[in-house]
Design a protein around this ligand. Structure first.
Ligand code: GDP
Length: 370
């Protein structure tokens, strides 16, 4: 399972945000029973396609897709040297596949800032530097190791080892001289193979979450946003207000969805959570396919590029082992046609084999041998 981790300096709103996500998990109508860790939230993906399919089939049971989000506490300046919970913190980042990098752009004299004053771009740099230093340390260690192996192997050294050495040199140069993240480098396929073996922290995709005051969030203005977007470049920046989101989820749990809608209408605003969760999905390169019927409508999560047998395997391992074919219709076509029978008349209901790449929004019926 691919997962996002919440990262940022202390007192920027990470726990507030994480607790909100955890409550959404409970608020989900029909979530699959499973044990989760205290620092793990399984957040239902807001998806109007899924909602529409539930309306159409009115199934007995419905299961949305979930995004797994981990709370990673403990980063401070100097973490790579073991400050604070330094090393534990960094190994927790090692275990996630993408990063929600939360920064603070709200003023509140009651809430102390670890660095003294509010400056989100400085904060983003502190965190990014810690990850970079950690990667650098590791890349240098890996390089020493590879060089020792090359020396031992002499003339017989395999080509892969030389590629590994060159790639590590390039990683070190990028991190140290250019002060850039691994994900910002240009890499050949052979180099990417090396990077995929080592999974550097700065290679993980990042979504920046800018925690605003409710006031700024609602009026869509904040003096730091421009500088943050400049810093982020091509990477997604999502403004939100942790305290507003916390208020909304409590309102939903205590008084129901209508109370939330009323609150949002009154303040002419919207929750940022759908955008945040979809942003995490995109960062991880995840897509959804559906299974539908009177028993159950369910949304499944796979990586973009997954072929039909492996997609079927997420439903049940037997489906992958005994995969014969999948009957596939696309959500958009079903929606246009209005019903399965109308869709079948258009010829857009197709049988697909083992080499079919499942698309976002496909609806699958898997045929398999037991
Ligand atoms: P963490 O250390 O990053 O996990 O931060 P917390 O979520 O514990 O938040 C630190 C403090 O900031 C708490 O007192 C929160 O109530 C407060 N806080 C979090 N988000 C907001 C916000 O959007 N606005 C304001 N005014 N306070 C917030």
């Amino acid at each position: 399972n691919l997962k996002m981790g919440i990262v940022g300096l202390p007192n920027v709103g990470k726990s507030t945000f994480f607790n909100t996500l955890s409550k959404l998990n409970v608020a989900a109508e029909n979530y699959p029973f499973c044990t989760i860790e205290p620092n793990e939230a399984r957040v239902p993906l807001p998806d109007e396609r899924y909602d529409w399919l539930c309306e159409l089939y009115r199934p007995t049971s419905r299961v949305p897709a979930f995004l797994e989000v981990w709370d990673i506490a403990g980063l401070v300046r100097g973490a790579h040297e073991g400050q604070g919970l330094g090393n534990a913190f960094l190994s927790n980042i090692q275990a996630v596949d993408g990063i929600y990098h939360v920064c603070r752009a709200f003023d509140d004299d009651e809430v102390i800032h670890v660095e003294g004053a509010i400056d989100p771009v400085r904060d983003l740099r502190i965190v990014a530097d810690e990850l970079r230093f950690k990667d650098l340390e590791r890349a240098k260690r890996l390089l020493t190791d590879v060089q020792a192996r090359l020396t031992r192997a002499g003339q017989q050294a395999p080509k892969e080892l030389r590629i590994e050495e060159e790639t590590l040199h390039k990683v070190i140069e990028l991190l140290e001289k250019q002060e850039q993240a691994v994900r910002h480098g240009h890499w050949s396929n052979a180099e990417i193979d090396v990077l995929n073996r080592h999974l550097f922290l700065t290679a993980k995709p990042v979504v920046y979450l800018v925690n605003l005051s409710e006031h700024d969030y609602i009026r869509k203005k904040n003096k730091w946003l421009r500088a943050i977007k400049e810093y982020a470049g091509d990477e997604p920046v999502i403004p939100f207000s942790a305290s507003l989101e916390a208020r909304l989820v409590d309102l939903e749990l205590n008084e129901g969805k209508q109370a939330v809608d009323a609150y949002l209408a009154q303040h002419e605003t919207q929750s940022a959570l759908p955008k945040i969760i979809r942003g995490g999905y995109q960062a991880l390169n995840l897509i959804n396919f559906f299974t539908v019927g009177a028993d159950e409508v369910r949304s499944w999560t796979i990586r973009r590029g997954t072929l039909a047998p492996q997609a079927a395997g997420t439903i049940h391992s037997d489906f992958e082992r005994g995969f014969i074919c999948a009957e596939v219709m696309h959500y958009d076509d079903l929606r246009d046609a209005g019903s399965e029978s109308a869709l079948k008349a258009t010829g857009k209901y197709r049988q697909q084999g083992k080499t079919y790449e499942v698309l976002d929004g496909d609806i699958l019926l898997v045929k398999f041998n037991v």
